[in-house]
Design a protein. Structure first.
Ligand code: ZN
Length: 281
């Protein structure tokens, strides 16, 4: 298993500089870089070139720029700004040899019909796929298990990606988001594993569907998500070999020393993955 660190896990107690050092020290293979805050902070302080040089000289490699927020059902001016942002992300990803850009669907309390959501999402993702085509960069749509997110189940996300029908557009499979809006195991079982580019591993406290929020996430193996079933199906559809990225947003963990958070995130993920491989969870 290739282990990845998502910077949300140390969002409030670390920097990209520290995350890089500790992830390298503790043997992670990949990191997902936050483009909203951690990357600009780092570039401001150390410059872009020092990041490229870090990755050239380290085992740790960048897996994804995280994230393009939001991409679908935007006003014309917001759509233009999103395209400019994506174009900049493509240049950064290309320079750092980052294979994926994560794209997050619109979160809004305004009601939008499923037909309008699908129409806009498919059109925009095709446009992004075309822009990304000259590069070796793929777009990973991450559905968000929140009632106000326009794409909030695996089934809806997979349907959109299937309709986009571009080799460079696939999905992030986040265990929490799958659980949080009660995504269908049947939909996962029917899916093509090739369309899942990245797996986000996490766990959660036991709140009802629709009431779950990111801050309820806990160390993998310490919550109520049926990780065994999710990973069994991911294995069946051939997605198990994809990098597994630990992504938690828990305020309690933000109070820890960042190195301790990074260490514990690795240990709990490894333990759970080991148990699953041995079939003892
Ligand atoms: Zn995620």
């Amino acid at each position: 298993m290739k282990l990845c660190f998502n910077q949300a896990t140390t969002l409030e107690n670390s920097t990209l500089e520290k995350d890089l050092i500790y992830c390298e020290k503790h043997g992670y293979d990949f990191i997902e870089i936050r483009t909203e805050d951690k990357l600009p902070e780092y570039i401001h302080e150390h410059g872009f070139d020092s990041l490229a040089s870090f990755f050239e000289n380290s085992h740790l490699k960048p897996l994804a720029l995280n994230a393009l927020v939001f991409f679908n059902n935007l006003t014309p001016s917001a759509h233009g700004a999103m395209l400019a942002q994506f174009s900049n992300m493509l240049k950064q990803a290309d320079a750092l040899k980052i294979p994926y850009i994560v794209a997050v669907p619109l979160v809004t309390t305004e009601p939008i019909t499923k037909m309008e959501i699908e129409k806009s999402s498919v059109a925009v993702l095709r446009q992004l796929a075309k822009m990304a085509a000259p590069y070796e960069i793929k777009i990973a749509l991450e559905f968000v298990g929140h009632p106000d997110c326009t794409i909030n189940t695996f089934g809806d996300a997979y349907n959109i990606v299937t309709k986009v029908d571009c080799e460079n557009v696939g999905l992030v499979f986040d265990c929490f988001h799958f659980h949080a809006m009660g995504s269908s195991y049947e939909d996962l079982q029917k899916a093509d594993g090739e369309k899942i580019f990245i797996i986000h591993i996490d766990d959660t406290e036991d709140y009802p569907i629709g009431a779950l929020r990111d801050h309820h996430r806990v160390w993998p193996g310490e919550g109520c998500i049926n990780l065994k079933k999710q990973f069994q199906l991911l294995r069946e559809i051939g997605a198990i070999e994809k990098p597994v990225s630990v992504e938690l947003f828990r305020p309690e963990y933000y109070k820890m020393d960042p190195e301790e958070t990074i260490k514990q995130a690795k240990e709990s993920t490894k333990r759970v993955m080991q148990q699953m491989l041995e079939g003892s969870v």
